[in-house]
Design a protein around this ligand. Structure first.
Ligand code: NAP
Length: 303
């Protein structure tokens, strides 16, 4: 069998077009566009490029980007103050702290200072808790993107065996919660899982987010499964040979002989993350606008 390739680039472009149309309607109705603030501390390799990509994507859909940068030696209090300013700024609908932050800072604690109503990465304890309780909130972007890819692939989630390899707070745990909410039977694997191959081979939906090049071999994949490869591993030129230097956690060639549908790396999950960051920013902007109009009505009523 040769698997259908799930085209994340095309699906992300469609999501971004939908967001652009909705942003225009939002801006016409409320007289201003949603705003997305990125906070970058220092110059971790790649982070400036990621932030520039987010800023550009924001402009492309008609949102207003706010680009805040602090030096690598910024103190905890300086970063906290920046986040609190953005929390208080009505022009800013969403705030994200680009991770990782320099070693002397505590990334999770700083992230938790972002107002839950502006937490467009969905990583604060409040939003993680809401997800876990099955209540509305802002969800992490990459797992949301994967749900969209699964939907596009026509994956039947109800009652399906879903295996997520990786249990990070950023991806694996929220991914498992989203699948559970759709009534999949979910198993989460990690570095201490016994017989990873045997667990993966049960999966109708197999999702790998590990950060180990080609860990998931062809014989880990159940015939007819849908395989989503979240891993992004940069190979050295010697390792890469004549391929692209970026590979996933799945042995793509072998797995695509067995799977029904599979994401490539690059061009699978990667483009979905920014698309859902924009979607979350719009969601946050709508929430703020509704709150403001509710309070405006209250003010009028009290006159
Ligand atoms: P992470 O925080 O390093 O977590 C990796 C997870 O993999 C951990 O739960 C770890 O287990 C598990 N693991 C490590 N070795 C394993 C093994 N041999 N067998 C089974 N499980 C193993 O990583 P992350 O942030 O979730 O990211 C994972 C990958 O996804 C990375 O390549 C990252 O670049 C990529 N990613 C891509 C996007 C995107 O496309 N936009 C977004 C997020 C992540 P323990 O918990 O036991 O240590």
């Amino acid at each position: 069998m040769s698997a259908r390739i799930i085209d994340g680039k095309a699906i992300a472009a469609r999501v971004r077009e939908e967001v652009a149309v909705e942003v225009q309607a939002f801006s016409e109705r409320f007289g201003r566009a949603p705003g997305l603030a990125t906070v970058l501390v220092g110059e971790y390799p790649g982070s400036a490029v990621y932030v520039a990509g987010k800023q550009r994507a924001c402009r492309e859909v008609g949102m207003v980007p706010f680009d805040r940068r602090l030096p690598a030696n910024a103190t905890f209090d300086q970063v906290a103050e920046e986040l609190e300013d953005l929390n208080a700024d009505d022009a800013v609908s969403g705030v994200l702290l680009q991770l990782p932050v320099p070693d002397h800072l505590d990334g999770p604690t700083l992230t938790s200072l972002i107002g839950p109503d502006k937490d467009v990465d969905g990583l604060t304890p409040v939003n993680a808790g809401l997800l876990s309780l099955g209540r509305p909130g802002l969800r992490p972007c990459t797992p949301c993107g994967v749900m969209e890819l699964l939907s596009d692939a026509g994956a039947e989630l109800e009652g399906a065996e879903a295996v997520v390899v990786g249990r990070s707070n950023l991806f694996g745990k929220p991914m498992a919660q989203l699948l559970l909410a759709e009534n999949a039977t979910v198993t989460v694997c990690h570095s201490r899982t016994r017989d990873l191959r045997e667990v993966c081979a049960r999966a109708d939906i197999l999702i790998a987010a590990v950060g180990r090049p080609r860990l998931i071999k062809g014989d880990f994949v159940k015939p007819g499964a849908v395989v989503i490869d979240v891993g992004m591993n940069r190979l050295t030129p010697e390792e890469a040979g004549n391929r692209s230097g970026l590979v996933g956690d799945v042995d793509f060639e072998a797995a695509s002989e067995v799977a029904r549908a599979i994401t490539p790396v690059p061009g699978g999950v990667g483009p979905m993350t920014i698309a859902f960051l924009l979607r979350n920013t719009l969601q946050a902007a709508r929430y703020h606008a509704e709150l403001r109009s509710m309070f405006a009505d209250l003010d009028r009523d009290s006159i």
